[in-house]
Design a protein around this ligand. Sequence first.
Ligand SMILES: *Cc1c(COP(=O)(O)O)cnc(C)c1O
Length: 402
Amino acid sequence: MGHRAVNDFNRDLERRLDAVREQKLFRELRRVDSAQGPRIEIGGQTLLNFSSNDYLGLADHPALKAAAIAAVEKFGAGAGASRLICGSLAPFHELEEALAEFKGTEAALTFSTGYATALGAICALLGRDDTVILDKLVHASIVDAAKLSGATLRVFRHNDLNDLEAKLKGTAAHSGRRSPSAHQVLIVTESIFSMDGDAAPLKEMVELKDKHGAWLMVDEAHATGVTGENGRGLAAALGVSDRIELQMGTLGKALGASGGFICGSRALAGLLVNRARSFIFSTAPVPAAAAAARAGVEIVQSREGDKLRERLRARLAELPTPNFHLPTPIAGAIIPIILGNEDQAVQASAQLRERGIFVPAIRYPAVARGAARLRVTLTAAHTAEDVARLAAALDEIIARKP
Ligand SMILES: *Cc1c(COP(=O)(O)O)cnc(C)c1O
């Protein structure tokens, strides 16, 4: 059956998939038949969910849902075109004003996803004459953006300031005379790291980038809404926001909706509107997403937001982690339980699932080979009993080191 050429194509793909299976890296989508929350329904089973980045439980919050529904009623289901063509609907502008105020910057620009944000921003700013210096553990979207930009790519050891400075010095030597417009250097880091849960030394990094005349971009995907006063993020908590050129975040994690953003100067937002290709050549997101995100931004800064963060911290304190041999202290809501072997991580995840608990196994390429792990995320929507159940199950399945 089927055309010969197409059959050959499919056979070739099956061989590639077999190679993925052999490496224990095969993945499949799991259909979820419920809303996102501490309990999700998969295959007719209700599972206790510790996999979501919905840290404050806003994805299923009545205020976000109401805002989305109201936006659908007023602005329709789709945006019709890219923002520059005719799709720059009011909800995007309202959201951007709210984000700029939230982060204390002159301006903000939103994108359809965090991935598109990284791609658009980094490629708008850098070209072949420039250098981009990445923390070893930054998110794939940043790595892809750095490669696509054509800039010289350097990587420094995770959170290692000495290595960062060495790379900065190497860059200066490499490009000879540094003029402000030619040979720009951009450092990119996350604030709370997505797979390790630890924090970047932002204060020291700001000093270093100033000393060497580099720019700094900080991806606060996992700190926004969670860390610092009003959930403004780690940069604000450390008092260095106004010294960071690009503050990136996502709308799909603690903010409960979908999309990504850059906060910074008016000049930055203006340049991105004109140069960020993932912004220019892509249909605007649905207005409902922007309206929901704006409701999320409001809740995060409210008393309710404070209460949700308190609840999240209480849950984190209840999970006994010292025995899991974490590489670094936990700074946000992500708890990596590093098992090393890919197969072990998959098995541990399956054993938890047999106990009605959903914790994903994270493997290469999301993390390095041999650093496979369970990635537990807690949210404000979990109860103390939920965490106790998780702790008991982990106790059973993970052989504790003395
Ligand atoms: C999730 C994530 C992104 C991508 O954001 P999306 O909105 O999911 O595309 C970017 N950076 C980091 C650190 C992330 O964790």
